[in-house]
Design a protein around this ligand. Structure first.
Ligand SMILES: [Zn+2]
Length: 242
């Protein structure tokens, strides 16, 4: 059974085919000079337990956790954009595996494919195929035409996407996320990147996952938007389970 567990922000634990995959680990409680963390993660670094692989989309503070990565056993692969793999190593990654777009890696019965993404720094997304399901982890990407190719190659069941943004856009934002939904036609979108907010109120947009869900409804798209809070689990066909 495929199960997603929202740890918080863009940190999601995906359990499938007997493996545990963790996306963009971030366990810090404070944030940064520019952003404050809104709520603590559902689990601490220690409570999370073992993982089999870590998928890093890019090296910003809210996507790589030095204390977590440096404590991982040296046998656990940490996938990261190849162009900046050295930074992931500097940020605690030990067995860092540089990934380029369209490169595929097998983890037991699971296929992980790196896909293009666009941000203010080097970044990639991931398509995870497991147990007949296809899960897209978009990282912090903006909308881009590369999504047409992703939509062409993969029939996405669940898209983990940053659908809200700030006045200085750091992620997709509602309008672009709607375009992405049209292009990818995922069965389900789970909004991510909800755990931090700009310290300067001026930079906040007021976009929420609920307002995005309303937009998708109004557009009469077939996609369902499922909002997960820290600690929520999601199982396809069953929905949110606690
Ligand atoms: Zn981010």
């Amino acid at each position: 059974m495929v199960k997603l567990w929202m740890i918080g922000h863009s940190t999601i634990l995906l359990e499938a085919s007997g493996k545990r995959l963790l996306t963009d680990p971030y366990f810090g409680l404070w944030g940064s000079l520019g952003y404050s963390r809104l709520r603590p993660p559902a689990r601490t670094r220690q409570e999370l337990g073992n993982v089999d692989v870590v998928l890093v989309s890019h090296n910003h503070f809210d996507h790589v956790d030095r204390a977590f990565l440096s404590r991982l056993p040296p046998t656990i692969p940490v996938l990261a954009p190849s162009a900046t793999a050295f930074i992931t190593r500097l940020k605690g990654g030990r067995k860092v595996v540089g990934m380029s777009p369209w490169q595929t890696l097998a983890l037991g019965e699971i296929q992980i494919t790196a896909v293009p993404a666009r941000h203010v720094t080097f970044t990639i997304g991931y398509l995870i195929e497991a147990e007949g399901k296809c899960i897209y982890f978009a990282g912090d990407t903006y909308f881009g035409q590369f999504m047409a190719k992703i939509g062409h190659q993969f029939r996405t069941d669940i898209a983990l996407m940053p659908v809200t943004t700030y006045r200085v856009p750091m992620t997709m934002g509602e309008q672009s996320a709607l375009r992405a939904v049209r292009m990818l036609s995922p069965k389900t979108v789970i909004p991510i990147h909800l755990g931090i907010t700009p310290r300067l109120p001026l930079l906040r947009t007021g976009q929420t996952p609920e307002s995005f869900r309303e937009r998708v409804r109004q557009a009469r798209l077939q996609t369902e938007v499922v909002i997960l809070h820290e600690g929520d689990n999601y199982v396809p066909l069953e929905g949110v389970v606690s």
